[in-house]
Design a protein around this ligand. Structure first.
Ligand SMILES: [Zn+2]
Length: 122
């Protein structure tokens, strides 16, 4: 069975990796300190990556206020569901808010209108 990760967790992981990428790029810039221009470019890109991670963190904060809080039937912990189908943040149990999707195999396509149409044709 494929493991599903909660969307909020996925985006958090992405934001965290952006911070590390940013730091690595800025660190790499130090090796070019003989060339001021290249060093500045590295520093700028690294700084932008770190900055965009802050934006992503802010965005996920906004998203989680809109997410629906549910109690996971698998681990009984409170988790947040984003969109029509999502996974539990603690145990990755696939969860759905749509009664029509209950008992069906979890699919990321359930979250888009286009995907729903495609699946309805099946
Ligand atoms: Zn759970």
């Amino acid at each position: 069975m494929i493991k599903y990760t909660s969307k909020i967790n996925k985006i958090r992981t992405f934001a965290l990796s952006l911070v590390f990428i940013g730091i690595i790029i800025m660190y790499a810039g130090i090796y070019f300190k003989t060339n001021f221009l290249i060093m500045t470019i590295f520093m700028m890109i690294g700084f932008l990556a770190t900055l965009s991670s802050a934006v992503v963190y802010f965005w996920i904060g906004m998203m989680s206020t809109k997410a629906v809080q549910v109690v996971c039937p698998n681990c009984n912990k409170i988790t947040k569901v984003l969109g029509r189908a999502d996974a539990c943040m603690a145990c990755n149990q696939p969860l759905t808010l749509d009664k029509n999707l209950e008992g069906l195999e979890f699919d990321d396509q359930y979250n888009t209108r286009k995907g729903m149409k495609k699946l309805a044709k099946k």
